[in-house]
Design a protein around this ligand. Structure first.
Ligand code: PRX
Length: 581
């Protein structure tokens, strides 16, 4: 069952069942570690006695580490024969070749024991499986095939998750477009992805306001000749005008069988595209593939947040962003976890919204963005103190630098000083968290505003202006990653050359992140911000070139330049300078 949180704009709890393996003793942030219990597949790794040693092992014995993790954590239809075949300088990245699996099978079939984590949460496992299968069959009946790309333009809701999983189940790639984007932005992404199928809802509900998502899709598809069909689910009860291309989704799903044979996908088949902004030109459709992405999302979710079976994980990001993909959907569900889908805003109906939800749903790990923390801080502590937050164990931050004031407030007021705050650095390109205070240095005190240490298998490098690796500490440079990892993006859809030029050529042999970083005397990393023309407004990544393109479409504008400026809540704001004729 999906449990709405009771407001017009709702959040939903997906309570999925416990994995069958026993729960291992592990204290993150505490003193005692039994490394084999912490990560069972590491039991055979020689000389590995704690998390730091495991991190070093995972980098210097990358193949052994990832092979063991993939064998233990993923359910294979047939096993892989090659752990990795990567050449970063050419942008060739392949993991677990020869293996076949189905990502939706993994998510759904590990979770078939009913669990009631506590109180009133009831497993929706059966419902999610049923929705996914009915929808998978419906898509198949309408001609969607393995290898096709389906665009999803929906708010965070169970049907959106089922839509992603239904695509995965039948071997189609999904392309989720954030439901706040305009018709033009949506159309551009549909055209680039060459989708013939779009899934949407009649209306969205956000912060107490209705948004006309179906109407936006109608406008968008007028300039998308590839689109043949639009599946429309009903998020509200308000009727919607249907066109010849439209299919009433829930109604048609009811006619479908609840069993849908999962496609046996190759490890390197495309799982999804996700568009993100670059410094120049159009948004890039980053491509993530099946096995490596799922493995990386699952491992980071479990270990960065110290997620234990039965915990309730609350990631408040929208599924339209990579954070929603990896930490609302794939990571938690692959771990058989309970994931809260949040559809609202931090201040609707009031600034206690997050903490009311923490109390009512007994959330154990809360993952949000600094921009929201800064906003809530301004409303005062009373909104936090009003609610019981004793279930919280870990607080996460993502998307932009978290300033010390916001970090301290998050730690002392929200977390009552007892929960580690994990400032997690990563990107759409990296698939999952790459630099994070936990778990690789679990005994070290967390430094406010620092992402600190690399996750397992991640080897960061800082480059100077000459392109040389900086080896000393207490230094700043361009942040690169020195060796491939399974979660990284494989290419840019339809533009591998751009992938190579953007990520592989700036520092040959390294993956270039586009960010700058400082490495402290202790060897801890702090992200200093983008090195290119990408600005970060409320944790949302925006290319200045994209805004300039739109401004320049205005016939009275000859030239425009967009720059970011410092904004005390949004991090950065965008400032347009326009030259008229
Ligand atoms: O500049 C970094 C910033 O967000 C960028 C990635 O944006 P996107 O692909 O939209 O993914 C956001 C969610 C993972 C990065 O290049 N960024 C992300 N996390 C942090 C951050 N900047 C500072 N600290 C972080 N923890």
């Amino acid at each position: 069952m999906w449990l709405p949180c009771g407001c017009a704009s709702k959040c939903v709890v997906a309570s999925l069942s416990r994995r069958v393996f026993r729960s291992y003793f592990h204290v993150l942030g505490g003193r005692r570690h039994n490394i084999a219990a912490f990560m069972p597949e590491s039991a055979g790794f020689e000389g590995v006695s704690d998390c730091s040693a495991l991190q070093e092992f995972s980098v210097s014995n990358s193949e052994s580490f990832w092979a063991a993790a993939a064998r233990q954590r993923l359910s294979w239809i047939s096993p892989f024969h090659t752990v990795q075949d990567c050449d970063l300088s050419r942008g060739r990245i392949k993991w677990f070749e020869g293996g076949k699996l189905n990502v939706s099978g993994k998510i759904i079939f590990t979770s078939n024991q009913l669990v009631r984590p506590r109180g009133s949460l009831i497993s929706p496992y059966r419902q999610l499986l049923e929705m996914t299968c009915r929808l998978g069959n419906l898509l198949r009946r309408h001609g969607v095939k393995r290898g096709d790309c389906v665009t999803i333009y929906m708010p965070s809701c169970p049907l959106a998750v089922a839509s992603m999983l239904a695509c995965a189940r039948i071997g189609a790639a999904h392309n989720v477009v954030f439901a706040g984007f305009s018709a033009e932005a949506l159309a551009e992404r549909i055209r680039d992805a060459q989708s013939s199928t779009v899934i949407t809802v009649n209306q969205g509900v956000r912060g107490g306001k209705l948004t006309e998502l179906k109407k936006t899709v109608d406008t968008a598809v007028q300039s998308c000749p590839t689109v043949q069909q639009v599946f429309v689910a009903m998020r509200t009860e308000n009727p919607v005008a249907m066109t010849a291309k439209d299919v009433a989704m829930e109604e048609e799903m009811q006619k479908e069988d609840v069993v849908c044979e999962p496609a046996a996908m190759d490890s390197e088949d495309v799982l999804f595209l996700l568009y993100t902004s670059g410094s120049t030109g159009k948004p890039k459709g980053l491509v993530h593939t099946q096995a490596g992405y799922l493995l990386y999302a699952a491992l980071t979710h479990r270990y960065v947040f110290s997620y234990h079976d039965g915990d309730v994980f609350g990631c408040v990001a929208d599924i339209g962003w990579i954070t929603g993909h990896s930490y609302s959907v794939y990571g938690p569900l692959a771990n058989g976890g309970t994931s809260v889908l949040f559809e609202s805003t931090p201040i609707y109906p009031d600034p206690g919204r997050y903490w009311e939800m923490v109390q009512r749903l007994k959330i154990n790990q809360f993952y949000g963005a600094p921009t929201a923390i800064r906003l809530l801080l301004k409303y005062g502590n009373q909104w936090v103190h009003k609610y019981d937050r004793s279930t919280l164990k870990t607080l996460g931050s993502v998307g932009e630098p978290i300033n010390t004031e916001a970090w301290e407030w998050y730690h002392t007021v929200v977390g009552d000083g007892r929960c580690p705050v994990v400032d997690t650095w990563w990107q759409t390109e990296t698939g999952g968290i790459c630099i994070t205070p936990r778990p690789s240095n679990p005994d070290a005190e967390i430094v406010p505003g620092m992402a600190m240490r690399p996750f397992f298998g991640i080897k960061p490098a800082l480059m100077d202006t000459e392109g040389e690796v900086l080896t000393s500490n207490h230094t700043s440079g361009a942040l690169c990653i020195a060796q491939p990892w399974p979660g990284m993006a494989r290419t840019i859809h339809n533009n591998h050359q751009r992938f190579i030029e953007t990520y592989c050529q700036p520092y040959p042999g390294y993956f270039f992140t586009g960010d700058g970083a400082y490495r402290s005397k202790e060897g801890y990393y702090q992200i200093t911000g983008r090195l290119d023309d990408v600005i970060n407004v409320s944790g949302h990544r925006i290319g200045t070139a994209e805004i300039e393109d739109v401004v320049n479409q205005c016939s009275q504008v000859a030239e425009s330049a967009v720059i970011g400026y410092s904004h005390n809540i949004k991090g950065e704001g965008e400032c347009n300078s326009v030259n008229l004729f």
